[in-house]
Write a protein that binds this ligand. Structure first.
Ligand code: ZN
Ligand code: ZN
Length: 324
């Protein structure tokens, strides 16, 4: 299961209803803060997520509405939360800006917090505990802008009833079979993985695009994703401004979702120029399964057919259930 929580959904400047860009993506015990606009730390607290296990930040690009919150977050981590480690992944130009920002915040002072800045290149940069993250190039204003593809490993479920029928003891034999290895039991019988593993269940796929000036070149990366998160700063009526400032219109974002065959679309980076219903009204005729997200909206993607849940992909998760 992959969960994602929007912490800030406003374009460029905050509004009364919306904070600046930030979101939390979660897979099992791993958490990723994607972008960190001004005010993010308070949104993290309001969401109920808290700072626990938050040590990895992914930045789509270096514009101030996506990074300024790092100053406050790092200051809190270094001075009040006694945190020891934070790793920030971003393109070279964004990292340069983050370095400048952190120099102002920390002023070369001695802090316990070790901050690692890791420069992104297109390709896989994270492969741990059943999750792979790939960075892919996005064209926006300035160099080194990236989107992220979060992919859960596909897996075959262990069929407990079949194992019981075969008299397979609980213990290391089961683990070996899950790993795809045959085991020979004490009575001489050999059990093959196919005897106790169900059909392959594909892992969830979440594609995340920050600010973008065009959808050209993105189709291959986001194709068939269970969810696509992408900006929709403008409407078609102001397509000339979208082009000038390197942003997308709602209809361009929806066109990408349609052409790339994604299952659900989440529009963010919403401008104060329009109401969310105007944004939805432009996108939905092109791609029906569209949500214009709000701050603190919480979604989860679960494997289709997975026995542990009946929640369909993209269904909004009940917040109470997930805040534990
Ligand atoms: Zn932005
Ligand atoms: Zn930007």
């Amino acid at each position: 299961m992959i969960e994602f929580v929007f912490l800030g959904t406003s374009a460029s400047a905050p509004s009364v209803e919306r904070g600046l860009s930030a979101a939390m993506v979660m897979h099992e015990d791993q958490r990723f803060l994607v972008d960190c606009g001004e005010g993010t730390q308070r949104q993290i607290l309001k969401s109920g997520l808290g700072f626990k296990r938050l040590d990895t930040v992914l930045l789509t690009h270096g514009h101030l509405d996506h990074i300024l919150g790092l100053g406050g977050l790092v200051s809190t981590f270094a001075r009040w939360e006694a945190r020891s480690y934070l790793c920030i992944y971003a393109g070279a130009w964004a990292l340069e800006r983050v370095r400048d920002l952190l120099n102002v915040v920390l002023r070369g002072g001695e802090v316990q917090l070790k901050i690692e800045l890791k420069e992104l290149q297109p390709g896989v940069f994270w492969r741990r505990h059943g999750l792979t993250i790939t960075a892919f190039p996005v064209s926006h204003r300035g160099p080194g802008c990236f989107g992220f593809l979060f992919e859960e490993e596909s897996r075959r479920p262990f069929l407990v009833e079949a194992a019981e029928r075969l008299g397979l003891p609980a213990g290391p034999e089961r683990k070996l079979l899950v790993q795809g290895k045959a085991v020979t039991l004490a009575d001489g019988r050999t059990i093959q993985p196919d005897h106790v593993l169900g059909p392959l269940i594909p892992g969830m796929k979440l594609a995340w695009v920050g600010d973008a000036g065009t959808i050209e070149g993105l189709h291959g990366y986001v194709a068939a994703a269970d969810a696509l998160v992408i900006e929709a700063t403008y409407l078609d009526v102001e397509a000339d401004m979208a082009l000038r400032f390197g942003h997308l219109t709602a209809s361009q974002a929806a066109t990408l979702a349609y052409e790339a065959g994604v299952k659900s679309l989440y529009l963010t980076h919403i401008s104060r120029r329009y109401s969310p219903s105007q944004v939805l009204a432009e996108a939905q005729p092109i791609f029906a399964n569209t949500v214009v997200v709000r701050d603190l909206d919480w979604f989860r993607l679960t494997r289709a057919g997975a026995p542990e849940t009946e929640c369909p992909a993209g269904e909004k998760a009940p917040r109470e259930e997930l805040q534990a």
